[in-house]
Every structure is written in structure tokens, then in C-alpha cells.
Design a protein around this ligand. Structure first.
Ligand code: GDP
Ligand code: MN
Length: 368
């Protein structure tokens, strides 16, 4: 999961990495009185905002208002700008680059830095880039920082600050379960201080249960997805009209494929996982109902999940949420005969074969 710049900078601030003073603006009334020149930065999950017109500079109250107005509600390379970050303008002396990423080859964190920053690291000469794999058991030590400072030929005062920032960056990488934490540019400003002028953070999505504060604001998820995820369901909204519930990510994907093959349009992905609890099944329909599908397809292959448990959950949901849309169920596997009887009593169609169920639901949903 990617964090917005302002979210990453909040993390930096919390760990003691210097960041510019600033605030987030979502509407014009959030603009604070103009005091000194500022930078207005679109909060979108894309780099290269500078080059794409996503960053504006303002030297007066009027320029600040105009800049915010231009950016808010605009689209930058297809991404809508709903928030901007207004920050004190920095007086740049030099732009550097530093990041810690997860290196898949060595299965370890890797430190990458360069005295040349402000541009994409890919475009910096290889012989100007310092890289060092960090042993995850030993962690970061000052000597790694000193090696980097020598390589980059930083003067001692800057070097000291750089080493201190590296230690904090490693702390963030570890504590926040990052796949990447990047400062580009790390600026040397007029008074000789280092300031993180930008932030990029990618958090391992599988660690979000340890970081609920990020989960509830995941900018890449819809409100309904966040709600379902917080209840433990793997749920993704799509733009069709057939609600989908299946067990196991693989079977859920196969269900979406089968629907698409038969010209059906799935409204969502919902994986029940390996539950064998009727209540978990019943409760999952809350999110399906909120997605307002025209019909619902449940595709269950009973193993850990027994078919009669699922059937009971579906029958419960039908009453609880007063479901009027047609529900088509594919049940096969452990206790499927029992399950089918429960569904029949509840007035719900079921099939042993996935393709039959898919064809049926597409047929009754109709075109569009
Ligand atoms: P990105 O292009 O999306 O990575 O956005 P950045 O935050 O890295 O900003 C891009 C460039 O804008 C930086 O490399 C700087 O050259 C410039 N910039 C950003 N903030 C400031 C600032 O406070 N003062 C000045 N003078 N330039 C800035
Ligand atoms: Mn940048």
C-alpha cells in the first residue's frame, strides 16, 4: 500500500526526520493566512509531479489561493487531486537521494543513496549511487552510514545529520513494515540543514493488521472496501452488477473469469477464506447488499468450509438483509446434499457445477 506524501511526512516527523512546516488543504477554506512563500503539492500516488504540473509555487496570498484552486479538482495524468499539501518553500542548496527498499534477491533491506537527487534514481549515473545490503539480524549500524557519507563526499556537519537520518529511516522501515521508504529529494537548505522535501512510503499490505491507522485511510481503497476489510473479508469493488461470494482467492478469481467468459459482469471480489461458520457467511452479505448488485452468485467448494454451514449462512442472510435479488449458488464438496436441501427450503437455486451456476446467474441478470 502506497502512502501519500503528507502521510509519509507525518511518519517522518514522528520519528524525528526533519520535514518542512505545512498543512493539508482539501477545500479553499482550509487555506491559512499567507506568511511566507509556499509550495503547493498535489497529493497523488505518482512521482514526477514537478514535471507534470502537480507542484506550484506561491509568493503571495493571491498566488496561494490561485494555486490551490487550480490544483484541487484537477487531474494529473488521470489521477484526481482531492488534497494538496501547502508547505513553506525551501531554499535549495543541494538535492540528494536516499531510500531503503526490500531487496528480493538478498531478501534483505537495501540502502540506496546518492548525493545527486531530485531526479529519478534510475537516471543517476551508476557510479554515483551507493548501495548496501543491510543484514536484517544485525540491523543498521553507524559504520554503514559513515561508508555512505564517505562515498558521497559529504562535509562533516552534513554527514552527521545524514547518518542520524539514516538510523531513523531504518527504524521506520522496520517498525512500519515498509517495502520502500524513500526521500527524494533530501535537501540541503540555506542554513546547512537537511530536510526531507518529499516522501514515498510503500507498506507491506499483509502487515496492515499491525497498522490499523494506515488501513483506515488506505487511499487506494473505496470506503466499502475498507469497511469489509476491517471485518476480515478480502473484498474488492468492481464495476459490474453481479455480486460474488466464493471461498478461496483462487476460486473467487476463477468465478470472476467464468462470469466474464459468459458475458456476465461481476460487481465485486469477495473471498470468504477458509471459514466454517454460518455467521461469517451471513455477515459477508452486508457488503454485497451495500454494493447493490442485480443478482448474487455464491460459489463454494466445500472442504474446510462445509456446504451445509454455508447454506445456513446464505439462508440467514436472505432473511436478515431481506434480499430480493436472485441468489444463485454453486455448492459442491463436503455435505453438499445437506446444503442443497437447506437452500431449497429457503427458496434458493443451487447447482453442483460452477458453469451451470454461472450460466444461470448471467441469464437471469440479463444484459447491460
Ligand atoms: P515529485 O516530482 O513528485 O517527486 O515531487 P517532489 O516533492 O520531489 O518535488 C519535485 C521538485 O520540486 C524537487 O526536486 C524540487 O526541485 C522542487 N521543490 C519541491 N519542494 C520545493 C521547495 O520547497 N522549494 C524549492 N525551491 N523547490 C522545491
Ligand atoms: Mn520526489
Amino acid at each position: 500500500m502506497n502512502l501519500y506524501e503528507y502521510m509519509g511526512k507525518d511518519v517522518f516527523r514522528k520519528h524525528g526526520i526533519p520535514v518542512p512546516d505545512g498543512y493539508v488543504v482539501e477545500q479553499e477554506s482550509d487555506i491559512r493566512p499567507f506568511q511566507k512563500p509556499v509550495v503547493i503539492k498535489s497529493q497523488i500516488l505518482l512521482g514526477g509531479r514537478g514535471k507534470s504540473g502537480g507542484i506550484k509555487f506561491a509568493k503571495s496570498e493571491q498566488e496561494l489561493k490561485d494555486g490551490v484552486k487550480q490544483l484541487l479538482g484537477s487531474k494529473i495524468r488521470d489521477l484526481a487531486v482531492t488534497k494538496v499539501l501547502v508547505e513553506e518553500m525551501l531554499d535549495i542548496k543541494k538535492e540528494m537521494y536516499v531510500s531503503i527498499a526490500l531487496d528480493r534477491t538478498s531478501k534483505s533491506p537495501i540502502l540506496i543513496c546518492s548525493a545527486e537527487g531530485g531526479v529519478e534514481i534510475e537516471s543517476v549515473d551508476h557510479d554515483k549511487i551507493f548501495t548496501r545490503i543491510i543484514d536484517p539480524l544485525l540491523g543498521y549500524s553507524q559504520f554503514i552510514g559513515r561508508d555512505a557519507v564517505n562515498f558521497m563526499k559529504l562535509d562533516p556537519e552534513i554527514g552527521k545529520q545524514f547518518i542520524s537520518i539514516l538510523a531513523k529511516l531504518y527504524e521506520i522501515f522496520n517498525q512500519e513494515d515498509c517495502e520502500l521508504v524513500e526521500i527524494n529529494p533530501l535537501m540541503i537548505v540555506g542554513n546547512g540543514k537537511l530536510v526531507a522535501a518529499d516522501s514515498k512510503m510503500v507498506i507491506d499490505s499483509d502487515s496492515l493488521f499491525r497498522h490499523r491507522e494506515f488501513e483506515v485511510i488506505d487511499p487506494e481503497k473505496t470506503p466499502l472496501e475498507l469497511e469489509a476489510n476491517s471485518k476480515g473479508y478480502s473484498f474488492i469493488e468492481l464495476d459490474g452488477n453481479i455480486g460474488v461470494i466464493a471461498n478461496g482467492a483462487g476460486l473467487t478469481m476463477a468465478t470472476l473469469d467464468a462470469l466474464t467468459l459468459h458475458k456476465g459482469k461481476p460487481r465485486n471480489f469477495l473471498d470468504l477464506g477458509g471459514t466454517d461458520n454460518s455467521e461469517t457467511v451471513a455477515a459477508s452479505f452486508e457488503f454485497i447488499m451495500k454494493a447493490k448488485p442485480k443478482s448474487i452468485l455464491v460459489n463454494i467448494f466445500g472442504g474446510i468450509t462445509k456446504c451445509d454451514t454455508v447454506a445456513n449462512g446464505i439462508a440467514m442472510a436472505k432473511t436478515r438483509f431481506d434480499i430480493r435479488q436472485p441468489i444463485v449458488v454453486r455448492l459442491s464438496g463436503i455435505r453438499d446434499e445437506e446444503g442443497r436441501k437447506i437452500l431449497k427450503d429457503a427458496g434458493i437455486d443451487s447447482f453442483p457445477s460452477m458453469m451451470e451456476a454461472v450460466e444461470r446467474v448471467v441469464k437471469i441478470t440479463g444484459g447491460n
